[in-house]
Write a protein that binds this ligand. Structure first.
Ligand SMILES: [Mn+2]
Length: 246
């Protein structure tokens, strides 16, 4: 049995190319494994299941077709798509994961997160996250009219630090301190961590203390290239592929 992981597809109607590539991925490459984990920021914006339009249904149908092959699909929220509800689950047939999630695979434990929780140098984002990801706050937000939620989502993305700040500041805000990784991996007693969010795909070895070495795998975002991680037996592979050639 093998498992694939992806994150940060940032699907949006404006990116027809990425949407098309994702469709190819689900019908080909994704079928090489028995299960697929999507670790957040799958959609660029998700303001509630009640905002689903034809374009969204085309995506949920793709996920449903994948599940209908007998494979399992797991979805974790990211900072762009944190309010999936019952309808999304029903349409896709996926399992929604809480964060962090410990995956048990052939006797190994693998810790899965979106990744934003490790960016602790961005203090204002961590304060915002605490509020916006509170279950009660999400419930209140979802009770607001759609038009208001749309305006809110637009103003949040316009105010994004990533548009106003220099590359250096963005780099600092997306930095993940080793101390946070060590703390989290030791708390969950794992030596393997997989996440996305930073759009900095890589594999990092890290000393966890007590002679233990951990490995942190970071998925990339989908733009001209796509990224996935495959676990099969004792092998974990991070791969980059040309989206135009899927
Ligand atoms: Mn993210």
């Amino acid at each position: 049995m093998s498992i694939k992981f992806i994150s940060d597809i940032h699907l949006s109607p404006e990116r027809k190319d990425v949407t098309q590539s994702f469709s190819h991925y689900m019908k080909n490459r994704a079928l090489e494994a028995d299960a697929l984990y999507i670790l957040g920021d799958f959609f660029h914006i998700w303001i509630g299941d009640d905002a689903m339009e034809e374009w969204h249904y085309n995506i949920t149908k793709l996920l449903r077709e994948y599940v209908c092959t007998g494979r399992s699909l797991y979805v974790m929220s990211g900072n762009h798509d944190f309010c999936y509800g019952k309808k999304f689950i029903e349409e896709t047939g996926c399992y929604l994961l809480d964060e962090p999630h410990v995956l048990c695979y052939q006797g190994q434990q693998v810790l899965l997160i979106h990744g934003d929780m490790l960016c602790t140098e961005d203090k204002s984002y961590q304060r915002y996250k605490k509020i916006i990801r509170n279950k009660l706050v999400i419930k209140l937000l979802l009770a607001l009219p759609l038009s208001y939620r749309n305006k809110l989502a637009n103003s949040i993305s316009k105010k994004s630090k990533f548009q106003d700040n220099s590359e250096q500041i963005i780099n600092d805000l997306l930095n993940i301190p080793d101390s946070e990784v060590i703390k989290l991996m030791n708390q969950y007693q794992v030596t393997t961590l997989i996440h996305g969010h930073t759009h900095r795909p890589n594999k990092h070895d890290i000393a966890l203390g007590h002679n233990k070495i951990g490995t942190r795998y970071v998925l990339g975002d989908w733009n001209n290239y796509g990224w996935d991680i495959t676990i099969q037996d004792n092998h974990i592979d991070l791969q980059k592929f040309d989206l135009s050639k899927l």
